[in-house]
Design a binder for this molecule. Sequence first.
Ligand SMILES: [Zn+2]
Length: 59
Amino acid sequence: MKSDGTYTTIPRSVGIAWCAWHQGYSVTARLVRDAAGARHFACFSCREAYDLVPIADQP
Ligand SMILES: [Zn+2]
């Protein structure tokens, strides 16, 4: 808590993860499976580019 009684707003629901496809950190990274079945994080742009589906979104 800051001295004026307010909290600093930190979006804790948004995580920063390493995107294995473009080799950089991204706030949009989600856990996906690659062609070999290994799990890596991929950001939104790379999921679009490589047609990757987040594990959490798979049936
Ligand atoms: Zn990426």
